[in-house]
Design a protein around this ligand. Structure first.
Ligand code: 13P
Length: 252
């Protein structure tokens, strides 16, 4: 099996003022400074990125955004471009989170363009996929998620695909305290990897696949030991220094 470096990503969503972000960055950095065996990234609101750049640019903690538009500049009121994210020392960007798909009507065509634009600017996209409860209960989860992966990544070359991170986040497990069982999460991540193999052959073994949905310090270990789970995308549990630092330690 390929040697995939684990990735633990925090998604702050619409949380934290500039001061709160600074306090977190200072405290968190201190707690995880010895962590060299995995990658860490904090995906903050746009307004907090500049303070994270000040506090974290020279550290081992990567900075990420939660969304971007696919054009480099232009008349797109309210949008943020990949170039602007580079300016803020971002190296990662979440694309196609289920909250963007649901509340902001992002479809697979738009998401595919965003993934490609991120790669073109050397940003690592964290592409989110995942089914809702009705699809899960109807036995349609695997087919649905495989379809998302294909639609969102089909246009990429194998060498581009290798740089993508995929986050499997079942919608019914987000913010609900209901995690997918480690077995179900592994089953889906393995199905995602076989879908990737269909697109890009052996490169699929090098692509990092994360699980997300009510991940906490108490359940990260059982997820990390699954063969196709290479890390986690963490919402609520990434907001507190103590909890996120503990989660990182328990993931090792
Ligand atoms: P929670 O960890 O709060 O369930 O959120 C998961 C998520 O959506 C991360 O992107």
């Amino acid at each position: 099996m390929a040697n995939r470096r684990p990735l633990l990503a925090g998604n702050w969503k619409m949380h934290k003022t500039i001061q709160e972000a600074r306090d977190f960055a200072v405290g968190f950095q201190e707690k995880v400074q010895d962590v060299t065996d995995l990658d860490m990234v904090i995906c903050a609101p746009f307004t907090a990125l500049s303070v994270l750049k000040e506090e974290l640019e020279e550290s081992i903690i990567h900075i990420g955004a939660q969304n971007m538009y696919y054009q480099p500049k232009g008349a797109f009121t309210g949008e943020i471009s990949p170039l602007m994210l580079l300016d803020l020392a971002c190296t990662y960007v979440i694309i196609g989170h289920s909250e963007r798909r649901e509340y902001f009507k992002e479809d697979d065509e738009l998401i595919a363009r965003k993934v490609k634009a991120a790669l073109d600017m050397s940003l690592t996209p964290i592409l989110c996929v995942g089914e809702n409860l009705a699809l899960r209960e109807g036995g349609k989860a695997l087919g649905f998620v495989r379809g998302q992966v294909e639609k969102d990544l089909m246009e990429l070359t194998p060498s581009e695909l290798q740089k993508v991170v995929i986050a499997y986040e079942p919608i019914w497990a987000i913010g609900t305290g209901k995690t997918a069982s480690a077995r179900d999460a592994q089953e889906m991540c393995s199905a995602i990897r076989s879908t990737l193999a269909g697109i890009a052959g052996s490169v699929a073994q090098e692509i990092r696949i994360l699980y997300g949905g009510s991940v906490k310090s108490g359940n990260i270990a059982e997820l990390m030991v699954q063969p196709d789970i290479d890390g986690a995308l963490v919402g609520g549990a990434s907001l507190e220094v103590e909890e996120f630092a503990q989660l990182i330690q328990n993931a090792r």
